[in-house]
Design a protein around this ligand. Structure first.
Ligand code: SF4
Length: 376
């Protein structure tokens, strides 16, 4: 049995998990659209945050609600709501990120009403000296709205608990990622992706217990055979486990990533300070940014380079959800930066309506060039 089986089960049965959690605890479940949502405040209120992600099936229900030239991911997310797959949600929210996913949120709010719906104006200019006070103020308003919704006042002790749950989860997942630095890592990219995805869909207290148990046994696991080609995957939202498995079946292993279903989600912690809301605000302003928030200094690029070097990356796949402007604008500059640092990259445009076959041929060709470069 794979040590990652529980994470796979949680990911595959995410709706069942949330419904059972509700029945078991009597608590509220909130669906969120972007990883800039401050889950610390939701955990402080004993609300279960679950990320709204797509199902990767072709759909025909979003056409009247969302532009066809918005990314397939945001349409897939909205389709889940319109098809009733998230009927158990008590509330929804978004933190401002990109226009596409915001449209999915507004449309969901209009057509699938819930008792709580919140738009958090997360600043784009996260490097501005005014961003901290601004976001702290917004978090105070959000905390007030959650208190009104749940009927309970959130104390500093509650916020400390929320931060501790989140930080523990981040720390443990980082320890698992650390094992990916080994020449033949004891986990593959698909395992890592299932681990992070399941953390976005389950009660992190349970997830933390599973992570602690995993870390007891994983370091002793050894993989046989030749070391695979070490890849990094970078870009738009990506929860495409089937793609990762396909690429890894070709003699590669993903050892790191820059995804909001990966390192961008959990890499940094909220550092304790007297003003709890400021601690949370700083955490979200200082995290590895989404391209919509990565200016004027390109902090995401530096983080990508750091990861690529630390994890011994031989090549990078740069992926973009079709029509994803924020990531698309970054790709030429990123490819150049990687090349200057001796890391070849290959660009792929994702669209869930495209079958895996053509991707297989292209990834195979990329791996071939990496192996040839290794020979000379
Ligand atoms: S993939 Fe790109 S366009 Fe789509 S929601 Fe994410 S950032 Fe926005």
């Amino acid at each position: 049995m794979s040590p990652f089986q529980k994470f796979q089960e949680w990911h595959q049965n995410r709706h069942q998990y949330a419904q059972e959690w509700k029945a078991r605890t009597g608590g509220k479940v909130l669906g969120y659209f972007c990883t800039y949502v401050p889950e610390e405040i939701l955990y402080a209120a004993d609300v279960l945050p679950v990320r709204i992600l797509g199902s990767h099936e072709p759909e025909d229900v979003t056409e009247p609600h969302i532009f066809a030239m918005f990314c397939p991911f945001c349409r897939d997310c909205l389709a889940q709501g319109l098809k009733g797959r998230f009927d158990y949600l008590d509330g929804i929210m978004i933190s401002q990120s990109c226009l596409h996913i915001r449209q999915a949120f507004w449309s969901w709010q209009l057509h699938i009403p819930t008792s709580f719906s919140y738009y958090l104006p997360m600043p784009h200019h996260v490097q501005s000296p005014r961003a901290q006070d601004y976001l702290r103020g917004e978090l105070a308003q959000f905390k007030g709205a959650v208190e009104g919704w749940t009927g309970r006042t959130l104390t500093d002790a509650d916020l400390d608990r929320g931060m501790e749950i989140m930080n523990t989860n981040r720390r443990l997942m980082k320890q698992v990622y650390e094992l990916r630095k080994a020449p033949n890592p004891p986990l593959v990219g698909a395992d890592a992706m299932e681990m992070v995805l399941s953390s976005q869909m389950t009660d992190k207290r349970e997830h933390n217990q599973e992570l602690a148990a995993l870390l007891e046994k994983l370091p002793q696991q050894k993989r046989d055979g030749d070391p695979p080609v070490r890849l990094m995957i970078i870009g738009s939202e990506d929860d495409d486990v089937a793609f990762i498995k396909m690429a890894e079946s070709l003699g590669a292993v993903f050892v790191s990533d820059d995804h909001c279903t990966g390192t961008r989600y959990f890499w940094n912690e909220a550092l304790p300070q007297e003003d709890r809301l400021m601690a949370i605000a700083q955490r979200y302003l200082d995290r590895t940014p989404c391209p919509t928030k990565d200016w004027p200094e390109r902090r995401r690029f530096q983080q990508i380079l750091r990861l690529a070097k630390e994890y011994g990356v031989q090549g990078a796949l740069l992926i973009q959800q079709k029509f994803c402007d924020p990531h698309e604008s970054d790709i030429p500059q990123l490819a150049r930066l990687l090349k200057e640092n001796g890391i070849p990259s290959y660009f792929l445009e994702f669209d869930m309506t495209v079958p895996l076959g053509p991707f297989r041929t292209r990834v195979e060709a990329f791996l071939e060039t990496l192996r040839e470069e290794d020979l000379f």
